[in-house]
Design a protein around this ligand. Structure first.
Ligand code: NAI
Ligand code: 13P
Length: 344
């Protein structure tokens, strides 16, 4: 008799991927009738002190490179081949830096269970000059499955330490929303499910650009009032971008964890903020700082700033988004960091 239990696979194993893998692997244990107990996690294979990272993770039950010091449940298994990892999975959790999503999905194409559904935890947008796509839609299109989105004020290290926070799931299907709630909700990681998946995803992507602006301000030692102004302006541009280029984005979504709360946390404790601050204080290029400061973790805000800029330029609308534009010009065109207050 074939099992009706859901098999879960986590695609990605960086800083957030590892923290989320821990939650998911713990939660399937609360629903043994609903979920298979083994959770597979696709790990981009790399060398770690002369060993394969997957082997170290499976032996130590810890992602020693991307989430050091946090023990993972024993029912999560690191697998280096994405097709093998996702074989037979009914629930796919995508949690990758956005620049790698397309390539990974192309490898999975044709190998995914026909009844699978997915959720994207990716904070970025698939932007080309000719158009803009949400990653939930792009994943859904390439793999021919439904895909929801999860985004919130969720700095991975704090979530992994089980410090209280909230998150937002945007999902069109009520039934899928219930499954994802069971998979992610915990007393310390509180899930709210909304229907506006577009707004949820847009917030997660665009707040990273604002966080780069906040980091520039910190590098200039401008203080809390300036940062609050950048956050407020950023929130306005995020909403305007959503309302201009996407139908159905609801203003209420910006008051969920994925909106203003994520802006606040990323602009105080995030990697985008930290590296942008160092960009001002060190004078080094952003890609050099990313390598020096993040030990393999990836920035999303600077890349998104460039992608948004290209998209707005193609529409002659750059001037309508002065904060996004200024972040781009400071990071990539040598504009003085002070522009972050002068030009917005
Ligand atoms: N770290 C955090 O606090 C949070 C991150 N996010 C978002 O989650 C997404 C994933 O972020 P993290 O898990 O933190 O990743 P990360 O920033 O730790 O990125 C490193 C990951 O990328 C993988 N990688 C490197 N080269 C690759 C390649 N060529 N192909 C595929 N994978 C490759 C690495 O193996 C590693 O797993 C991002 O969009 C991020 O914005 C969302 C909430 C919190
Ligand atoms: O998205 C995040 C917190 O919600 C993490 O932001 P950073 O990528 O800037 O660390």
């Amino acid at each position: 008799m074939s099992s009706t239990k859901q098999r879960v696979c986590v695609i990605g194993s960086g800083n957030w991927g590892s923290a989320v893998g821990k939650i998911v692997a713990q939660n399937v244990q609360n629903f043994p009738d609903l979920f298979e107990q083994e959770v597979r996690q696709w790990v981009f294979e790399e060398d770690y002190n002369g060993e394969k990272l997957t082997e170290v993770i499976n032996r130590e039950h810890e992602n020693v490179k991307y989430l050091k010091g946090i023990k993972l449940p024993h029912n999560i298994v690191a697998v280096p081949d994405v097709v093998e990892a996702s074989k037979g999975a009914n629930v796919l959790v995508f949690v990758l830096p956005h620049q790698f999503v397309r390539g990974v999905c192309e490898k999975m194409k044709g190998h995914v269970a026909h009844d699978a559904r997915a959720i994207s935890l990716i904070k970025g947008l698939d932007i080309l000059p000719e158009g803009i796509t949400l990653f939930s839609e792009e994943i859904g299109r390439i793999l021919d499955i439904n895909c929801a989105a999860l985004s919130g004020a969720n700095i991975a290290d704090e979530v992994a330490q089980e410090k209280f926070c909230e998150t937002t799931i945007g999902c069109r299907s009520v039934e899928d929303g219930e499954t994802f709630f069971k998979l992610f909700h915990t007393p310390y990681f509180r899930v709210n499910v909304v229907r506006d998946y577009v707004g949820v995803e847009l917030c997660g992507a665009l707040k990273n650009v604002v966080a780069v602006g906040a980091g520039l301000s910190d590098g200039l030692k401008y203080g809390s009032n300036t940062k609050a102004a950048i956050i407020r302006r950023g929130l306005m541009e995020m909403r305007k971008f959503g309302k201009t280029f996407f139908g159905g984005v609801e203003s209420e979504t910006f008051f969920e964890s994925c909106g203003v709360a994520d802006l606040i946390t990323t602009c105080s404790g995030g990697r985008n903020r930290k590296v942008a601050e160092a960009f001002v204080t060190s004078g080094k290029p952003i890609d050099v700082l990313e390598q020096e400061m993040l030990n393999g973790q990836k920035l999303q805000g600077t890349l998104t700033a460039a992608e948004v800029h290209e998209f707005l330029t193609a529409r002659k609308m750059v001037d309508e988004f002065p904060l996004f534009n200024t972040v781009y010009r400071v990071i990539y065109e040598g504009a003085h960091p002070e522009s972050i207050v002068r030009d917005i």
